[in-house]
Design a protein around this ligand. Sequence first.
Ligand code: DPP
Ligand code: ZN
Length: 863
Amino acid sequence: DGHVHLADYRAPAWRVSLAELEFELDPAATVVAARLHLSPDADQPGQPLELDGEGLELLSISVDGQSLPAGRFVYDGHRLTVHGLSGDCELATRVRIHPENNTRLEGLYRSGSLLLTQCEAQGFRRITFMADRPDVMPRWRIVLRANREAFPVLLANGNPLASQDLGDGRHEATWENPHPTPAYLFAIAAGPLERVSRQLRTAEGRDVEINVWAEPSDVPRCQYALGAVERALRWDEKRFGRCYDLDVFNVVAAQDFTMGAMENKGLNIFNARYILADEATATDADFLAIESVVAHEYLHNWSGNRVTLRDWFQLSLKEGLTVFRDTEFSADLHSRALKRIEVVRLLRARQFAEDAGALAHPVRPARYKEISNFYTLTIYEKGAEIIRVLHTLVGEETFRAGMDRYFAENDGKAATLEDFIDAHAQASGRDLSGFARWYAQAGTPTVSIAADFDEASGDYTLTIDQATPPTPGQPDKQPLVIPLRYVLYDAQGAVISAAPEADAPVRDGLVELSQARHVLRWRGLRGKPLPAFNQGFAAPVKLQFDYGVDELARLARLERDAFNRWDLIQQLASEALLGDADAEAATGALSDALADLLADAGADPAFVAECLALPDFDTLAEQVAEVDVQGLVGRREELLDRLAEDQVERLQSRYESLAAAAREGLSGQAMSARALRNACLSWLTRLDPEARLARAQFDAGGTMTERIVALRCLLHFRAPGAESALAAFREAHATDPLVTDKWIGLVATRPHPEALDDVRGLMASTWWKPANPNRVRALVGSLARSNPLAFHRRDGGGYQLVASQVAALDPVNPQVAARLLGAFESWRRWASPQRDQAREALVSLQGRLQSPDGRDLLERLLD
Ligand code: DPP
Ligand code: ZN
């Protein structure tokens, strides 16, 4: 049926112990000579050798030095089959490829003056023949030859071995990667790169050179990323006991890159947006994102590279685990509560929708058609939440013991989720078979809690039900193991410490749910308590408890857990926006809570800013059965206007009082001050049609963090002078593609249906670069994902524009095109006329998409 099935896994019939590659690099035509040292699997003798190779021009093929006669092999453009091999042998091939024509940016491609690779998941087969599967892990020796002037720097995986001038204008560099490494982690980079560099010694005593490379004019903006590499390296030594294992760690920034970044062994290649930064061109959020992506890729060196995947069904084994590790890194270095808020916002706005929509899939899918379509929020973010569930169940110390065991038992191997779970089961002495269900079942579980208080006896009962909704292909769900935290407050606001009687394990304010229903009972309480749940969002569930508005407001003051205080304010906002009878009461309570926060000089300003940021459109849409787009956006805008009016004096005073702190560079305090000032500015601009404050902040120069938010205020509230500010900004950064993406994103997200016309206008301009993934995301991605009024425009024009771009980009870069289609994942829940228009736009794509990526998504969307 066109699917690859997990159940069909078979070990490779041939192993590759060593891969020796020689590249004659040239953008127009590169010749790759490969020598693969092969051994048959003892359990599967006599099998033909099958290698992947996508669209390669085969120049020669030989075995053990003997050219192969035509009858011994078949190459059909996708797969090379060689017959009659037995025992250990060496297969040598030469192929020609064309980097310059490679717009998919998979395999070897050109970006500006650089030649680069991207091999995950299945790009290596576009470079040369290989068993392109993660459980084939040769050691590597790589020789690069190229014109010295055009390609002065030649990088590959592993350690540099030798380099020499070839006398004819060319030079050569030899690299060696001594660690068993699958082909998806292969990389080379060549071109006029320059670097920033740092020497350090690992905790094991190895001297390592860290380099961050970029095109010469970008090198000054690599310093921050270099520091981030060192911080990540030190953190992994300390928190997980993992040291770096090569003599060099190279990072390269590229302007044309489909993904965010790639953890190739010893040679990470990055989308430039996750490397390049200074205060004039990058926002505080950019700096934090750079640090966390740099850490993510570095941390893969153990969770992904040293221990890799048996097959692509295990993708979350490296991605979920590494997201967990990078979020812990950020939480340890900065504010744990703010990091948790950031992660949960993303989860609720996007992953919950994915898990409830047409593209829902388990964290470990049982089948796929196109693996590129599974680099999803579910694999990454929900995968990380599941690791967090495990961490909460066993505690930090036992978790660390389980990780040590996992790394020790699987080092140099291609592992499965079973191997991971098994290591933790051994270390904790727990049966984790119930926990493992998290990987198999799609859908966000709901935990509904009902309370009953008996005035006479003082008995308080919580009845806790869990349910996971049906998802495509999975009508029935089993209960999951959910660690639910809870706190009871008494009438004075003190925590009730008595443990309940329970039909589930309970300890320290945490109950382990594993059945469809559990009951907790406290005996003889003096009065009706007020409960709070899921502190720190320890379980990725939708929690339902029927709070009154007064109770939410009271809890928002009482809760010790900062994440939950924020969450309760979010709940008040949801109630104000979606509640029926109590919407007005919720609005009043929300306004009071925000007033207190704004007046609290002791509160972290960045935390206050998070509380001012009400649930976004996607998060709200996730909470209603049928999405009335214009109604929802309209109500949200009204609420914001009303709240801004209530708070105007406090907003002004915080804006002014934080001005000095906001000038203190990249310190946490300065970032925090800028966050709240920007939140205040956005609210204040609602009340001032002249947008004087925004204009002043824009004109004052300052950091990109300040300028970009001021510009957004001017553009999004259509202030006088917005166009001239935009023109000034555009000209000032005309040669910087990353900053250009920023203003393009602002134009594409102007909250008005007419933004669609601006997007069309930009597509007809020289700013439109459809071959550059960042530019496509800035213009079309922002429209589809972050501009509900324009994307869901009543005339269906938004859907048509996105669909036509999907069709146009499908042959250029199928992964980028398919990503845009994801914006339709919830279309069945959109109210008419949008639902019908969306269906029409999707149906219009049938038969027009050639890539497996696009066809697979379209089929699932319309299924
Ligand atoms: N493996 C890459 C990552 O770090 C894929 N983009 O997530
Ligand atoms: Zn990753």
